[in-house]
Design a protein around this ligand. Structure first.
Ligand SMILES: Cc1cc2nc3c(=O)[nH]c(=O)nc-3n(C[C@H](O)[C@H](O)[C@H](O)COP(=O)(O)OP(=O)(O)OC[C@H]3O[C@@H](n4cnc5c(N)ncnc54)[C@H](O)[C@@H]3O)c2cc1C
Length: 534
C-alpha cells in the first residue's frame, strides 16, 4: 500500500482488500455461481519489490518546490484502474512510470510547468484521481519526447465560491467527490454527480472525460452541470463566460469537455448545483419472461416523459451475479426523487407501464423522506452496493479471473441486433481464449431515443496470459460495438485504449478540426500525447 493507505495496484483503500481467507471464500462462491474455476492465483504484490525505469530527466530547479520524484509518487501515477493496469500492478511492472510528478498549488504554477515542458519537449499527463479505465493517465508516449511527467491537481481541491442566487459553485479541478459534497453541504447544496468512482475521482477528471453519474435520466452527465470553465493551455488561458445558456456560435465549453488533457489543464469550473432532495421513492420490478419485455417496458418509460432518477435494468445473469435475485428474473430498479413534492404519481405510472409488459413489484414502493447529509441523498444502501462493488473486481483479478466491464449507447432500433452481436462476439472470444466465460448486461442510463448498455464479462485466466486474453476479448467487444452502429464509450472516455475505435467512429473532418485546435492550444504537442488525437 501507499503512505496514504491506498492500493497502488488495485481499487481504493488497501485495508478494504479482504484477507486471504475471505478471498478464498469469495473465490469458492463465485466459482460455484459461474461454474468457472481459474487454475491460478496471483500472489499479492509488494511495493518494495517494484523496480522502476531510470528517469529520463531530473526535476529542474524552477519546479523543485512543487515536484516529487520518489518511487511511490512515480508508481502511483503510472496507471489508471483498468484490468490491464491492475494485472501489471500485481506483476510489479511499472515500465511507463513518469519521470516525476508535479503538484501545482495555483494556476501560475500550472502555466510555469507547461511553459517548461513545451520548451524542453516533455510530455505532460494531467492527473486527477487516476481512476481512468481507458489508459488516459498512463505516460505511454513516443520516444521523441525528452521525458514525461504527471501533473497532479490534488492541491487544487476547494469550493472557492457559492452563488446561492443562481445556484452555482466555483470549484477547483482537483477536488474529489466527497470533498466537493462536504463543502457544498455547508450551503445545503449538492453537485449531485455520482459516478461509481465518486470517492476517488475529481471534478477536472469528470469534465475532461465527460463523466456520467449514477442517475439514469436528465441531469447526470457532467456536461449539463458545467456553467463555465478555466483551462490553462501551453498557449495561454482558455476562460469561458458564466451563462445559463447562449446561442452565440459553437459552445466554447464543448471543446474543453472531453478534451482528456490533450489541450490543456482544467483548473476550475463554475458548476450548476442543486438543493438536496427531500423525498425518494424506490421499487424493484421483476420480469420473469423474456428480456425483451423488460427492455420494452424501459423504452416506454424513457419515452413517457417521466424521467426517473434511477431506471437500471439488470438482465437475469446480472441480477444473479450481483446477488439481487437468483430466481431467473430480470430486474428493473426504479427510483424517483424530488426536492419539492413527492413523485408518487410518476412512480405509479411507471409501475403501470411495467405491469403491461409482465413486470411485478414483489416488495412494493419504498419511501425515504428528509434531507440526507453530505452524500447528497445517495444513502447508505447505495453506498454499500455501488461504491464497494469495484473492490470485487480487484479480488476477482487476484483469484485469476479475466474480468472487466465495457459500456456503450445506441438508438433503440439498433439495440437488439447490437446486443446479439456483442454477446456472441464476446462469448466466442472467451470460449476461444479462456475455454469459457460469462457476459451480462445492464442499462445504466436511458434516453428517449436509446439505452446505454453496460456489459460485464468474466472468464478464467491462464497464468501469464491474462492480459493477452483480455486484449482479444476487448477487441471483439469493441469491434462489435463499432460495426453495429454504437459508440465505443458512453462515459468511460477514449484515452489510449479506445483510440483505434474512436478513430473509426468520428468523422474525418472533425478529426482534422480537433488536430487544428490542438495545434493552436498546444503548439509543441506536449499535452497528453496519444489520447484523442495525434
Ligand atoms: C471502479 C470505477 C468506476 C467508474 N465509474 C464511472 C462512472 O460511474 N461514470 C464515469 O463516467 N466514469 C466512471 N469511471 C471512469 C473514471 O472514474 C472517470 O473517467 C473519471 O471521470 C476520471 O476522473 P479522475 O479524476 O480519476 O481522472 P483521471 O483518471 O486522473 O484522468 C482521466 C483523464 O482526464 C485527464 N484529466 C484529469 N484531470 C484533468 C484536468 N484537471 N485537466 C485536464 N485533463 C485532466 C487525464 O489526463 C486523463 O486523460 C469509473 C472508473 C472506475 C475504476
Amino acid at each position: 500500500m501507499t503512505a496514504a493507505g491506498l492500493s497502488y495496484w488495485g481499487w481504493g483503500h488497501s485495508h478494504k482488500f479482504p484477507s486471504n481467507e475471505v478471498r478464498e471464500g469469495i473465490g469458492t462462491q463465485v466459482a460455484h455461481m459461474l461454474g468457472i474455476i481459474p487454475s491460478m492465483r496471483l500472489t499479492l504484490p509488494s511495493i518494495d519489490k517494484v523496480t522502476l525505469p531510470q528517469p529520463e530527466i531530473s526535476v529542474p530547479a524552477e519546479l523543485a518546490a512543487i515536484a516529487e520524484s520518489s518511487a511511490e509518487a512515480r508508481i502511483t501515477h503510472t496507471y489508471g484502474k483498468n484490468f490491464r493496469d491492475q494485472v501489471r500492478g500485481f506483476e510489479g511492472n511499472f515500465d511507463n512510470a513518469p519521470d516525476f510528478v508535479v503538484y501545482p498549488t495555483n494556476e501560475d504554477e500550472v502555466a510555469q510547468t507547461l511553459a517548461w515542458a513545451s520548451r524542453c519537449s516533455i510530455a505532460v499527463i494531467p492527473f486527477g484521481g487516476g481512476t481512468s479505465v481507458v489508459s488516459g493517465v498512463e505516460p505511454d508516449v513516443s520516444s521523441r519526447y525528452e521525458g514525461r511527467i504527471s501533473l497532479d491537481l490534488a492541491k487544487l481541491d476547494k469550493v472557492l465560491e457559492v452563488d446561492t442566487t443562481s445556484r452555482a459553485a466555483r470549484i477547483q479541478a482537483g477536488a474529489k467527490g466527497p470533498q466537493i459534497e462536504a463543502q457544498l453541504s455547508e450551503h445545503d447544496l449538492t453537485l449531485r454527480h455520482y459516478p461509481q468512482s465518486f470517492e476517488f475521482s475529481t471534478l477536472g477528471g469528470w469534465i475532461a472525460t465527460r463523466a456520467g453519474g449514477h442517475f439514469a435520466t436528465v441531469y447526470t452527465h457532467i456536461d449539463d452541470l458545467v456553467q463555465s470553465v478555466r483551462m490553462v493551455t501551453p498557449a495561454g488561458e482558455f476562460v469561458t463566460r458564466r451563462l445559463p445558456a447562449s446561442g452565440a456560435g459553437p459552445q466554447p465549453e464543448r471543446l474543453v469537455m472531453g478534451s482528456e488533457g490533450a489541450l490543456g489543464v482544467i483548473t476550475e469550473a463554475w458548476m450548476r448545483v442543486f438543493s438536496r432532495p427531500l423525498s425518494r421513492l424506490q421499487a424493484s420490478v421483476h420480469f420473469n419472461g423474456s428480456f425483451d419485455n423488460a427492455v420494452e417496458a424501459v423504452r416506454t418509460i424513457a419515452q413517457a416523459g417521466l424521467y426517473p432518477t434511477n431506471c437500471r435494468l439488470l438482465s437475469a445473469e446480472e441480477a444473479r451475479l450481483n446477488f439481487v435475485t437468483d430466481d431467473g428474473s430480470h430486474v428493473l430498479i426504479l427510483g424517483f426523487e424530488s426536492n419539492d413534492a413527492p413523485r408518487d404519481e410518476w412512480m405509479a405510472r411507471a409501475l403501470l407501464i411495467c405491469t403491461k409488459f409482465g413486470g411485478h413489484c414483489p416488495r412494493g414502493v419504498m419511501r425515504r423522506e428528509g434531507r440526507d447529509k453530505a452524500d447528497g441523498g445517495a444513502g447508505s444502501a447505495w453506498k454499500a452496493a455501488f461504491l464497494e462493488a469495484p473492490y470485487l473486481q480487484s479480488v476477482l483479478i487476484s483469484l485469476g479471473y479475466v474480468v472487466d466491464t465495457f459500456e456503450t449507447a445506441c438508438t433503440w432500433d439498433r439495440f437488439y441486433s447490437l446486443h446479439a452481436a456483442v454477446t456472441s462476439a464476446v462469448t466466442e472470444a472467451m470460449n476461444r481464449e479462456c475455454g469459457g466465460g460469462r457476459i451480462s448486461v445492464r442499462f445504466t442510463h436511458v434516453y428517449p431515443d436509446g439505452p446505454a448498455p453496460y456489459y460485464t464479462f468474466i472468464a478464467p485466466g491462464k497464468p501469464g496470459k491474462q492480459i493477452a486474453q483480455w486484449q482479444v476479448i476487448k477487441k471483439a467487444a469493441s469491434d462489435a460495438l463499432i460495426d453495429n452502429g454504437a459508440t465505443i464509450t458512453h462515459h468511460h472516455a477514449v484515452g489510449r485504449l479506445h483510440r483505434p475505435w474512436y478513430d473509426r467512429e468520428r468523422p474525418p473532418l472533425f478529426a482534422a478540426a480537433l488536430r487544428a485546435a490542438k495545434r493552436s492550444m498546444d503548439p509543441a504537442n506536449v499535452m497528453n500525447p496519444g489520447v484523442l488525437i495525434d
